[in-house]
Design a protein around this ligand. Sequence first.
Ligand code: 1HN
Length: 375
Amino acid sequence: MADQSYDQYREEMIGRANVADTPELVAYYERLKQLGTGALWTVANKIEPWEPISTSVPYLWRYKDLRDDVMKALDLVTPEQAGRRVVYLENPGRADVVAAVGWLYSGLQVMGPGELASSHRHSASALRFIMEGEGAFTNVDGHKMTLGANDFVLTPNGTWHEHGVAEGGTPCIWQDGLDIPLMNALEANFYEVHPDLQQAVSYPVDDSTATWAGTGLRPAGMAWSKPYSPLFKYEWAPTYEALTKYARVTDGSPFDGVMMEYVNPHTGGPVMQTIGASMQLLRPGERTKAHRQTGSFVYQCAKGKGWSIINGQRFDWQERDIFVVPAWMYHEHANASDSEDACLFTFNDLPVMRALGLYREEALAENGGHQPILT
Ligand code: 1HN
């Protein structure tokens, strides 16, 4: 191997199929096809790559480009007609499965004052990250929550949920994140509408945060047996406070800056079985190094401005912009300001990767840990 590049070596390694077509083989493949079969060596390289090859592309959706058209949907369709008034984010490589990246869906939902959507539940796990507006609320299994900008809300799989905006509020926009494409890929997706269309509010409003959001405190004697977090809402103010406090005592990660995971306070594990989420803070002027991971990532800028280099491509982002990092692509982040923090919210399918023993992570070794910018 001494005078060969590793790539050449990999190409030539034994076990890789390399059979040239002959008239006899082509006729043979045709016969196999008619028998409902195929020769493995014709597809082996495609179904068994050396490492993950995502069909998703790195992509950025700028809020300023989308906002007017999202608002326009308020005039064009009612929640009753549309079910949900949502503009979804389509990754050019994943249009066939309506994914923003990998097996993750993302969309921007808008609701106006006084509107209320009907209650439903599904196999998909879902989350909201509030982008703008006053008066939004969500009811999850009878727990009604009031929502403000940058609040992160769970509607775990199997929970009845519905959203609305109070009379006297303003039009509200939030990002919906779901594992719908994964549920469809697994052919395990069920959907039901609530028999009463609207479910009752069965607990005091905002009881979930009052009960479970104590910092380092857990309600004594409280049982919880569901496989997702009993805390359904993670508010922005305590999240940002936790990050700024932690930033005083840590250098943070060389790849992600100061990063904290949203966790299930009952277990310390991820918020839902299939979707994890975190918030990271990049200090003024901070520039991280590149790494890659199995798993797909949807980011939303919660504060400040900066850029990320994803697979050699630079994407400049600011508040409310959404961008995606496909599986196993190098990515690194930078805060563009010398005086202000930048914060990035992320949701991902890492709990799936970890549960299946598939999680891997690799730092970029070359070039001081930074990718050359290709475009
Ligand atoms: C859903 O239930 C909501 O609850 C939003 O508002 C978007 C996209 C696909 C499937 C279910 C919601 C969704 C969704």
